[in-house]
Design a protein around this ligand. Structure first.
Ligand code: BMA
Length: 320
């Protein structure tokens, strides 16, 4: 279904340049946001130092496989205006929308996890727009266009406490906004399937528009195994005019921890898809069925993996 690149893991801690004093001899790099910009592949990486602090760093590539990581930490200008302490910024998702690129990310704070939103035009500078959520929530993914006059995102309130793990959730919701800043939850979209591979769930990369519906990759956590939660990737297809309507949802995961770098590391048994690049769109903006799809994922919260497929195969997987 998803075919791992032979160069996997495509990014490891060895690829992260030292940026004194915060990023030196780092522990891990994972869960990247991804997009193609001016023919270049861009990743926004989650980099963790030995203080287990998290920073976002940017990487660039000509072929989507060999990345060079910039010698600096991504700065979100204006974020210093937030009065409360921000412990970590992580799991960035990138969306192109109305000629801007938006980055939605998780922010760990004392009150729980919030969603932050930043904007960039050229991936040189990022403007922090604000906190765009209430309550404890994660995995916010912004759709690449307005639907019925509203901005739309999927998000995932954290309502489940994993045993020996972080707070998670088993329902992906759809939220709407008029201005990208104030959001209202409108509907529950999909829930975890108890006893199966996707008991807890959260959106992965930004959904992609196809002729058959919005193609959505998500992560599912199987929690019913002793001593380990297993994070896998799966796929669903959603109505173009109302993404809360599910057209298809794969019964099987499309990627699961199998390789050694997915099975062991900082957190064992994790593949966490967070970036997806589609190579070809038709003149009306729909992803072409034969188009190659590159899925970037964090493996074992330690390295970055790449797996590829096509739009057609992923749609088929959503209908199984
Ligand atoms: C989730 C998030 C992800 C992480 C995953 C596996 O709850 O915190 O960022 O990759 O757990 O540890």
């Amino acid at each position: 279904m998803l075919k791992r690149n032979t160069k996997n893991p495509i990014l490891t801690r060895m690829d992260i340049p030292d940026v004194y004093p915060n990023v030196v001899d780092v522990s891990s790099v994972f869960n990247p946001g991804a997009i193609k910009y001016n023919g270049k592949y861009i990743l926004l990486l989650r980099v963790q130092n030995r203080g287990r602090e998290t920073f976002i760093m940017q990487a660039e590539s000509d072929n989507g496989i060999d990345f060079k990581v910039e010698n600096k930490i991504v700065e979100f200008k204006g974020i210093e205006k937030i009065k409360e302490k921000i412990y970590h910024i992580y799991d960035a998702r990138i969306t192109m929308l109305e000629d801007n690129y938006y980055v939605m990310f998780a922010m760990d704070m004392d009150a729980g996890c919030s969603l932050g939103l930043a904007k960039t035009k050229s991936f040189n500078e990022y403007e922090f727009l604000g906190i765009v959520s209430d309550g404890d929530i994660r995995n916010g993914v912004l759709f690449p266009e307005k639907i019925n006059g509203k901005y739309v995102r999927f998000d995932r309130p954290n309502k489940v406490q994993l045993e020996g793990g972080p707070s998670s959730g088993n329902t992906i919701c759809m939220s709407e906004s008029d201005d990208l800043m104030k959001w209202k939850t409108v509907k529950a979209v999909m829930s975890g399937r108890f006893h199966y591979w996707d008991e807890n769930i959260g959106s992965g990369p930004t959904p992609v528009k196809t002729r058959e519906g919005w193609l959505h990759i998500y992560h599912g956590v199987a929690t019913h195994f002793a001593s380990s939660n297993i994070y896998q990737a799966g796929v669903s297809l959603h109505d173009l005019n109302d993404p809360s309507i599910i057209i298809g949802r794969g019964k099987y995961n499309i990627l699961e921890p199998r390789e050694i770098y997915e099975l062991t590391g900082q957190v064992q048994n994790v593949v966490f898809p967070s970036g997806m690049i589609v190579e070809e769109f038709d003149e009306e903006g729909f992803a072409k069925p034969e188009s190659k799809v590159l899925v970037y994922y964090g493996a074992a919260d330690t390295v970055v993996g790449l797996a590829t497929s096509t739009i057609k195969e992923l749609i088929e997987a959503a209908k199984l």
